[in-house]
Design a protein around this ligand. Structure first.
Ligand code: LLP
Length: 388
């Protein structure tokens, strides 16, 4: 059960808000930093998961790199202290302006996703008199066994360069004047829970692709295996810190690599999901013909994941611990039927005015929120700062 450390009066606290357990956050980052060092894996935090400045600053200070997917994320990472050489930049549709800005910043690697992007980079770098550091994102056609909407490494997905084009890519680098070939990049999807099995398959596929590039005379110095490590949305307290060690062990064991080849990863969710909850108040409890609805003052505009992916988030009543269990649909106030945080969820008897926590909301929560229905953004509360 979530404990709101710095909030004395649950009755009057203004809702909804994102509540950050900063102690858990710091322990998570310290753990990933220590374990990645142990396995010799270089970690780039995927800023898209949560761009809260306090979190991003701490991650940069811990020595991790940044994984960005827009020009603005690259600029933000630079402003928040990530050294340019630790920044990688993926995305299927980088505009010329975004490419130019990142070139001028001298980022560590463009993770390029098409032949047209490589040709554009070659031209832009030449025009600026610069060299572009480039890794090639190959679509490995590996199933991440996760939700279809967050699967990225299958042949029908828009991401990466298809394997059939590998030889064109190799020829392009051989004749290029302005591209430094840095290595290969893969990312097969997100919220991967079958860690050993799925990441082993990713490594096996990567091994073949790395060998092909090297057999054609391109040295692969960097192998970036992307993000995707899942978190336990069902048991946020007993599995508060994801199994980074198991992930790194799986990758370092199954990826064939020489000591001089560097392995990179780009976790987002695993670093930030468990440290935040969306705390909301029950506005009404309505008994319908077939269902009972718990109606919250947070909605899909705050946390979109359940509406968009049918994602499960644990819900807890922080005010009232009744022994009497009921079946509820937990919904928000937004005028959409998909504004549904949980369907047929068993919860203790819940009443108007109760405070409710939607757990594991630190990743892809605040960053995906909107003001739909002209709703005010939920505020941010940190466990280590006083609040009114
Ligand atoms: N690297 C690349 C190239 C990515 O596209 C992503 C996520 C990551 C790394 C980080 O993946 P993670 O470690 O967080 O799984 N909004 C969805 C998730 C979308 C993920 C997009 N790409 C959700 O709420 O589940």
């Amino acid at each position: 059960m979530l404990k709101l450390k710095n909030i004395k009066d649950l009755k009057t606290v203004q809702t909804p808000f994102w509540y950050y357990d900063m102690d858990l956050f710091r322990r998570t980052i310290d753990t990933v930093a220590a374990q990645s060092a142990e396995y010799g894996v270089l970690v780039h935090y995927s800023i898209k998961a949560n761009a809260e400045p306090r979190l991003v600053d701490y991650i940069a200070e811990a020595g991790l790199g940044a994984d960005c997917v827009s020009g603005n994320e690259v600029l933000y990472a630079l402003e928040h202290g990530f050294p340019a050489e630790k920044i990688v930049f993926a995305g299927v549709g980088k505009t010329d302006e975004e490419l130019r800005d990142a070139l001028c910043a001298g980022i560590g690697s463009f993770n390029s996703e098409s032949i047209e992007e490589l040709e554009t980079l070659e031209q832009l770098a030449g025009g600026l008199g610069l060299k572009a550091n480039v890794s090639v994102r190959i679509n490995p056609d590996v199933d991440a066994h996760t939700h279809r909407f967050i699967t990225t490494g299958l042949e029908m997905d828009k991401f990466g360069i298809p394997k059939k084009d590998m030889d064109r890519v190799i020829a392009l680098f051989k004749s290029s004047k302005n591209l430094n070939f840095k290595g290969l990049h893969f990312h097969i999807g997100s919220q991967i829970t079958d860690v050993e099995n799925v990441f082993t398959h990713e490594c096996i596929s990567a091994n073949g692709i790395v060998s092909h590039f090297e057999s054609q005379g391109l040295r692969v110095d960097n192998i970036d295996l992307g993000g995707g490590l899942g978190v336990d949305y069902y048991n946020p307290d007993s599995h508060a810190i994801p199994e980074f060690g198991l992930w790194f062990q799986t990758l370092t064991e199954h990826l064939r690599h020489r000591p001089d080849q560097r392995i990179h990863v780009e976790p987002g969710r695993a670093l930030v999901a468990q440290c935040a909850s969306l705390v909301s108040r029950v506005i009404f409890v309505k008994d319908g013909e077939r269902k009972s609805f718990v109606i919250l003052d947070a909605g899909m505009n705050d946390l979109l994941r359940p509406a968009l992916y049918g994602a499960y988030h644990k819900i807890e009543n922080l005010t009232y611990e009744s022994d009497e269990l009921r079946l509820y649909d937990v919904v928000g106030p937004v005028c959409e039927t998909t504004d549904l945080f949980a369907e047929d969820r068993t919860l203790p008897l819940t009443r108007r005015g109760d405070l409710v926590a939607i757990r594991s909301a630190g990743a892809y929560g605040a960053v995906m929120s909107s003001t739909y229905n002209m709703r005010k953004p939920a505020r941010t509360v940190f466990s280590d700062e006083p609040i009114q």
